[in-house]
Each structure stands twice: as C-alpha cells, then as structure tokens.
Design a protein around this ligand. Structure first.
Ligand SMILES: [Zn+2]
Length: 348
C-alpha cells in the first residue's frame, strides 16, 4: 500500500494511469480524522467518472490536508489504458470479490487479500464508483436496507437500488464489515456525473456518524432488483427500429434506455424476432423465469407485467458481457418506517 500519491498522478487522465501505477494499487492518504473512507475507482476500465471526481476532490483538498483519511483502490488500470471494461480473457474485476461461489483465480485471490486488509482498517465507509453504459439517472446500489447504508447512499442521490446479486461484487463483500455502496454516476465522461460525484465525496468526507445524517433521507426512492434480463448467448442481435425482414436475428428496440427507472406497463415492446424467445430472465437465485415475464406476439417481444427496468444498455459489448437490463419493483424503506414509529412513540 502506497502512503502518498505518485508524482504527477493527479494530472493524468484514466487512460494514462498505467504509466505510474498497476492494477489494484492501494494508496492510503492521511487525514485529520484517522478512520478512513475507502474509495474504489475504475474496476471497469471504461468508467472514468470516479477518477475524474476524485481528482477534483484531491486537487481541492490535498494542499491543506484531508478532513478524513482516504484509501483509494485503483481497479483495472490496464483496461483503462484502452478504454475497455476489461481486457480480453480477463474476468470482470467486480465479480471476483469474496462471495458465495467465486472461482479461485489470481484476481479472486488478490481481492481476498485486499478485503482482509481492509477489514482490519476499521473503515468508516466504502464507496465503489461506476458508470452506466446506457442513459440512467444517477443512483446508488446498496446490499443492506439498514440506516447507515441508506444514509450513505442518500448523500449521493435519493434514488437507490437494493440488490443481492450478482455474486462477487465489492460493495457486497465490504458490507459485511462497514457501510458500503456502489455509486452509478450516469454515462462515463459527462460533466453532471463528475460534479455530482465530487459533491458526494465532499459531503461524505465531512460526515462523523452515518447513523445520523441530518436533513437527509427525506424522500428516498428505493427499488429492489428481482431479475436480470440477458440476450441468450447463441442469439444474434442488433439495435433497430423494427423487425428484420430477412433474418431471424433479434432486433432490440432503439432508445429502449429511455425507460430506465420508469414504471413500464405490461405489453411494452422490447424488440422483434422471428425466432424463439431470445431473452433469458433469471431471478436473484439464478432460476429461469423468462416465461413469466416475456412473451412473443406477432414477432414482437413483449414485457408481460408492470415493472421498473434499470441499466438498460444499447451497447452490444455490454449486453454480451453483462445484461440487457434488470427488472425492479419499488420497496418501502424500512429505516423510514422505523423513524416514523419512533416519532409517534415520543409524542405519545
Ligand atoms: Zn462498472
């Protein structure tokens, strides 16, 4: 673990970081409050907002000293050099953290060592910064519906997703020993995502108690992911505006990502095909629930019941590597219910 930033690091954009540091470099920067915040960036090499916002933050504060100690984890720096999510043949870096059924490879072993080290570090909070490949409002992902997690997420956005899958992600591994969230700052490289993430870091680094964050959590909008929607691996597909006339490839509806975080009614068209069902819908346990959620009617691939989709992407590589989208339902925040109850008890 480095104890200071390598010379000139803050001047480098994400694709040049590989000239000074390696994949999974950890840097510990001392602040006035000792207990550190952990910030993970670039686990996916083409998601730059975390580094851009962190650079802005450090340029503002390093000269006069940080409010709180910071541990920075640089993720896939080699992939960042090529502006790729990961390099060919590599596992996804955010699917190898300690979890339920993680393949035992070199990356998984390295992440296990980092996790053990960070468990000893008595972290105040952990934040893993990402971007979406489709148009989404800014939101955070939480693994536990507990007050410190909700408060931490609220510092970034009132919109949050509660998820317990996929396996092997950083925030899930760290949620066993500190409040941990994943932050999704919209499309990589956009100014509003960089600004909102920078503001979030400013707010977070001055907090003293995540059990109590005054003025926050007024109207949280929480969703639970209940399914992932993938294109079946053997199905050829493209993005388009109508059915293919001469082939049985699956045409995914163009601009479908405008539906992200909108309540969508049953009957919504996701695409067109002349072949069998091109989608594979799996619940959080990995069971196939496709028939319950999608149908084909006159070559149209339709959603059968109301749901809130998120992370719909139109990037073919992202669809092949990960998913077309996730399906969610709104949930009642338990911490809020508790707060309301306490207030009633006090006034009674
Ligand atoms: Zn990512």
């Amino acid at each position: 673990m480095l104890e200071q930033l390598p010379e000139g690091l803050l001047d480098l954009p994400a694709h040049q970081l590989h000239t000074r540091i390696d994949d999974h470099t950890l840097i510990h920067l001392d602040g006035k409050i000792q207990r550190p915040v952990f910030v993970s960036i670039l686990q996916h090499g083409d998601e730059h907002t975390g580094w851009d916002a962190l650079r802005d933050y450090l340029k503002n504060h390093l000269q006069h000293g940080l409010t709180r100690s910071l541990i920075i984890l640089f993720g896939n720096i080699q992939a960042a050099a090529l502006n790729r999510r990961k390099l060919p043949g590599q596992p996804d870096f955010n699917r190898r953290w300690p979890g339920k059924r993680i393949p035992d490879d070199a990356i998984a072993r390295r992440l296990r060592v980092i996790t053990d080290k960070m468990r000893q570090a008595n972290l105040f909070a952990s934040v893993d910064i990402h971007n979406n490949s489709g148009r989404n409002p800014h939101y955070s992902g939480i693994n536990r519906l507990e007050k410190p997690f909700l408060n931490l997420a609220s510092l970034f956005s009132s919109r949050m997703i509660h998820f317990t899958s996929p396996d092997g992600i950083q925030s899930s591994a760290f949620s066993r020993f500190c409040p941990a969230i994943t932050v999704e700052s919209g499309l990589s490289g956009t100014a509003d995502g960089r600004e909102q993430t920078h503001t979030f870091l400013e707010l977070l680094l001055t907090q003293t108690n995540l059990e109590k964050v005054p003025g926050i959590l007024e109207h949280p909008e929480i969703y639970r992911v209940f399914a992932s929607v993938k294109v079946r691996p053997d199905v050829p597909f493209r993005i388009g505006t109508g059915p293919s006339t001469d082939s049985d490839e699956f045409v995914i509806k163009k601009d479908l990502d405008f539906l992200n975080f909108q309540r969508v009614e049953g009957g919504q068209v996701f695409g067109w095909t002349k072949g069998p069902m091109p989608l594979l819908v799996e619940d959080q346990e990995g069971c196939d629930i496709t028939c319950g959620w999608f149908a084909i009617e006159q070559d149209r691939v339709l959603l059968k019941h109301p749901a809130v989709p998120a992370m719909i992407t139109q990037k073919p590589q992202a669809i092949m590597d990960d998913s077309l989208c996730y399906l969610m339902q709104p949930v009642q925040p338990p911490a809020m219910t508790r707060t309301v109850k306490n207030t009633t008890e006090e006034s009674a």
